[in-house]
Design a protein around this ligand. Structure first.
Ligand SMILES: NC(=O)c1ccc[n+]([C@@H]2O[C@H](COP(=O)([O-])OP(=O)(O)OC[C@H]3O[C@@H](n4cnc5c(N)ncnc54)[C@H](OP(=O)(O)O)[C@@H]3O)[C@@H](O)[C@H]2O)c1
Length: 373
């Protein structure tokens, strides 16, 4: 698939959103139309969520400060507010609004300090049907065990208080979930997401390394490691599942991810999407280590150090109705976003979790010399 084809896929999706036509991966079982309040909504996860909600015919109000991507969703009802003002004055507009409005569903993607979760939960109490919180598998105490399910212990909170000045990402998620369940009980559903994949990036330093690498073609270095598996979360599938949970009235925590799959199978799916001529060179992990290439630190979707990281148990969500789209659909979305942001395909890999093209050539030369010798 070339750049034009990718962009035509994403334009078709945008057009369908406007026309209210169903697109695979978005909620299909929406009978009733919901009033949804999105806390946040304009950065990484939120826009895909809001588009899915609109496409399914729901009405959306978003609450944020108006700093991040203010050009998005200007046609929707917007409540300006700031959750991080300690005296609560940043919630005044929301408080006023709730005098006249109730919501079927609140979706909250908060990932900052957990001390700002209870005030908004208290304010919303009595005004909402369900509260969906976007959590993370980082909320678990570790990833050293395979098949971590929803009963696995979260990060230990006993040696901290919610007001502590700093929390690790995982501890902040664990605190946020804990206080939400305390405050709102079975109105809360938490979605413990694996690494998210969509057509957006959480920030400009993360671009989809493997899809972009295969799109470029040429000679590609891959890690050769026994039992190399991977697991990620497809954002559109997760959102469809969130709406399904709302329709079915499901609460409590859910791990959300795709099934664990062999990395080599993932590569085959990426190849189906990109179709650029290339040659794969599987370089043994020990040789890569000699070249200074470490799993995860320098190549993504490779993390043998944490035995359970790519073996998160998603049975509960699947039994409840999680249906994952194909890898081809997920990668197609990722590449559409990559090409929108980098129309010349000139993103400089080599930053966080990736190797540069120069480093890749260096490894290839070294490997060639080692195998000829
Ligand atoms: N990246 C991954 O692979 C991954 C994996 C697992 C889970 N997750 C989770 O997925 C979620 C992604 O969230 P996102 O940031 O993309 O969500 P988002 O809802 O798209 O964006 C965050 C929103 O929060 C608003 N906001 C920030 N500070 C605020 C404040 N003080 N008061 C009110 N609103 C405020 C921002 O707008 P303003 O700045 O205009 O206020 C923005 O609209 C996070 O919870 C993350 O932990 C991510």
């Amino acid at each position: 698939m070339n750049r034009r084809q990718f962009l035509s896929v994403s334009t078709a999706v945008a057009g369908s959103v406007a026309a209210g036509i169903s697109v695979p991966g978005f909620a299909k079982d929406s009978g009733e139309k919901l009033k949804v309040l999105v806390l946040g909504g304009r950065d990484y996860f939120g826009p895909t969520l809001i588009n899915a909600l609109l496409q399914a015919g729901h009405s959306v109000t978003h609450f944020n400060r108006g700093f991040t991507n203010p050009e998005l969703f200007q046609h929707l009802q917007w409540i300006r507010g700031d959750r991080e003002v300690r005296d609560g004055s940043g919630l005044i507009n929301l408080k006023q609004h709730l005098k006249q409005h109730n919501y079927d569903l609140v979706v909250d993607s908060w990932q900052k300090h957990p001390m700002f979760v209870p005030p908004i939960a208290k304010l919303l109490k009595g005004h909402i049907g369900q509260y969906h919180y976007v959590s993370s598998i980082s909320a678990y105490k570790d990833k050293n065990t395979v098949h971590i399910d929803e009963d696995y212990p979260l990060v230990d909170l006993s040696d901290s208080t919610i007001e502590d000045r700093r929390h690790t990402y995982g501890r902040a998620k664990a605190w946020s979930e804990t206080v939400l369940f305390e405050e709102l009980g079975d109105k809360v559903t938490t979605f413990r997401s694996h690494g998210m994949r969509s057509d957006r990036t959480p920030n400009r330093i993360y671009e989809p390394y493997w899809p972009a690498r295969f799109l470029e073609g040429g000679t590609i270095v891959l890690p050769k490691d026994d039992n190399h598996v991977m697991q990620v979360c497809d954002v559109k599938s997760m959102i469809a599942f969130m709406l399904h949970c709302q329709h079915k009235g499901l609460s409590g925590p859910f791990n959300v991810a795709r099934d664990t799959m062999a990395f080599s199978d993932y590569v085959q799916e990426v190849e189906k999407v990109t179709q650029t001529p290339h040659q794969k060179v599987w370089v043994p992990k020990d040789f890569l280590a000699e070249q200074g290439v470490e799993p995860y630190r320098h190549l993504p979707l490779w993390r043998p150090q944490l035995a359970g990281f790519y073996h998160i148990n998603i049975n509960k969500a699947k039994q409840a109705g999680l249906v994952n789209r194909s890898v081809v659909d997920m990668v197609t979305d990722q590449l559409a976003g990559y090409l929108r942001r980098n129309p010349k395909q000139d993103f400089m890999f080599g930053g966080v979790g990736t190797i540069s093209r120069q480093k890749e050539r260096q490894i290839l030369n070294a490997w060639k010399n080692a195998t000829i010798a």
